[in-house]
Design a protein around this ligand. Structure first.
Ligand code: AHR
Length: 504
């Protein structure tokens, strides 16, 4: 037997925070303008300027939180430029992303109102790199102060009497790079100073997130935990999935099995990376008070031919769906420490769940994975035991084979909702072989039955949804035999992401 999965239904772990299924929207390419915001006078159907189709699609996957305004843009953003009458707002050059002129017509009011419309939590990222402490303090006052203060008056003058809820605030972004090229010691000191003035006003309590490491920069995590741990609630981590590495990105749609394998191998690397950062966090915070916030993750491919290289627009195939399925299983299984994650990015940028073109919208395979996995949100993690064979592509020579270490063919995670429903999500990375996975629900005398079983799969690894064929890849029912003695013989098709739900 190549694979087997035991789900211990009586061994519940931590809650899988809904926020693990969060998203990220930056002033980058067509994410904000065209993707989210078309303006109230647009012929594209909208709700107060927000695309109606996008709002509905995000509600369907129960978007729990949204991060804004960056990314690298955050440390260049001066929030006062984005308030007041839209026509008179100050313009700026978006130097990071294509050098285009940003007219600031989407600002604090537009973002915070969007979060209310989506019924999701706002995660605002402040400017440490080029902003002042005062600017950050006043922004938080502007958004949340509930009495009579200069910033609350300004907010009211701009049309919003009531403060908004601001649950999450990031103190800088990638301050080791685009956010000021700081050393960890330098940023730790800056973080301590800036966060002091990120105040809780009235009933609003802010969860403060410090800028964390770039991929495997463990020294950054160590220094931040040591020097500033007691001043933070969360520490971020950024890790993108490349076909090979930053310097060797591949096409989003034109790739072979070797590229498929290297991409999924990199996605699997998220597990070890989180484990290593966790170990460091555990030494400074054994009680696990501080959350790991993976607020940028996803595939980073070459841009679509003919598009602005600074706009990071890429297609999204079954391979991206596998990456999402594998990584979300990793996050679920690390729910004790990983409290939030934000896919980069929400629409038209990097691994987007949604693509738009004028009035048209496409739900990508990645959107479908978020839809398949949504029942994990807020459920309790269940202990699992997974045995799986390795997958690696055939190598032409022994030397080449050495380069190709096997990756787990199957990944899985399981959770139990308040109503007792058990949700199991699985992926099969092997592009040519079924994975037969005998699955047993152990530890309960109750008899379970399958309440739903769906799978996202295709016969070609680069299948994707586009504006001509928006439903080329959508989940279909997965045929499963009936449950016997709380066991089931599951067969996952090659290259698939599946969700099976069990009820008593
Ligand atoms: O998501 C695109 C960019 O990647 C972000 O702006 C930055 O934080 C990261 O390097």
């Amino acid at each position: 037997m190549d694979h087997a999965l035991i789900v211990y239904v009586n061994q519940t772990g931590p809650v899988i925070e809904r926020d693990i299924y969060g998203h990220f929207s930056e002033h980058l390419g067509r994410c904000i303008y065209g993707g989210i915001w078309v303006g109230k006078d647009s012929p594209i159907p909208n709700i107060n300027g927000y695309r109606k189709d996008l709002v509905e699609a995000l509600k369907r996957i129960r978007i729990p939180n949204l991060r804004w305004p960056g990314g690298c843009f955050a440390d260049e953003y001066h929030w006062m430029d984005g308030i007041g009458p839209q026509e008179t707002r100050k313009r700026m050059v978006n130097t990071h992303w294509g050098g285009v002129v940003e007219d600031n017509s989407f600002g604090t009011h537009e973002f915070m109102d969007l979060c209310e419309l989506l019924d999701c939590k706002a995660y605002v990222n402040g400017n440490v790199g080029s902003g002042s402490v005062q600017e950050m303090q006043e922004w938080v006052e502007y958004m949340t102060f509930d009495g009579d203060s200069p910033m609350a008056r300004l907010r009211a003058k701009n049309g919003r009497e009531k403060p908004w809820k601001l649950p999450y605030f990031g103190v800088g972004n990638e301050n080791w790079g685009c956010g000021g090229n700081m050393t960890p010691q330098q940023y730790a000191l800056e973080y301590r100073r800036y966060q002091t003035y990120v105040r809780n006003y009235g009933g609003n309590t802010i969860y403060k997130i410090a800028c964390g490491a770039n991929v495997a920069d463990y020294a950054w995590t160590e220094t931040l935990m040591k020097e500033a741990g007691r001043f933070m609630d969360g520490l971020s981590l950024h890790n993108y999935t490349f076909e090979l590495d930053w310097d060797h990105k591949g096409s989003a749609t034109e790739f072979d099995e070797n590229n498929w394998y290297t991409t999924l191998r990199n996605a699997c690397g998220m597990d070890g990376l989180i484990t290593n950062h966790e170990r460091i966090m555990d030494t400074w915070d054994p009680g696990k008070r501080i959350g790991m916030i993976v607020d940028e993750w996803g595939c980073w491919h070459k841009v679509e031919p003919g598009t602005n290289p600074g706009f990071l627009y890429q297609q999204n195939t079954l391979r991206d769906a596998l990456v999402a399925g594998i990584v979300l299983n990793v996050f679920n299984n690390h729910a004790e420490r990983v409290r939030m994650a934000n896919l980069a990015q929400l629409v038209n940028v990097l691994q987007s769940p949604i693509l738009t073109e004028g009035p048209d919208m496409v739900l990508t395979p990645t959107w479908h994975v978020f839809d398949l996995y949504k029942e994990h949100q807020g459920a309790r993690l269940l202990a699992t035991g997974l045995a799986t064979a390795e997958y690696r592509p055939a190598a032409k020579s022994e030397a080449a084979a050495k380069d190709k270490k096997g990756i787990p063919a199957v990944s899985a995670s399981a959770s139990c909702s308040d109503d007792g429903t058990v949700t199991v999500t699985l992926t099969n990375a092997n592009p040519s072989e079924n994975a037969r996975v005998p699955l047993s629900l152990s530890g309960s005398a109750k008899q379970y039955r399958v309440s739903s079983a769906e799978v996202l799969s295709a016969d070609r690894m680069n299948v994707h949804n586009d504006f001509v064929n928006p439903r080329a890849l959508v989940p279909v029912p997965l045929s499963v035999p009936s449950v016997r003695d709380n066991s089931i013989d599951l067969v996952l098709p090659p290259m698939s992401v599946a969700c099976i739900r069990f009820l008593v």
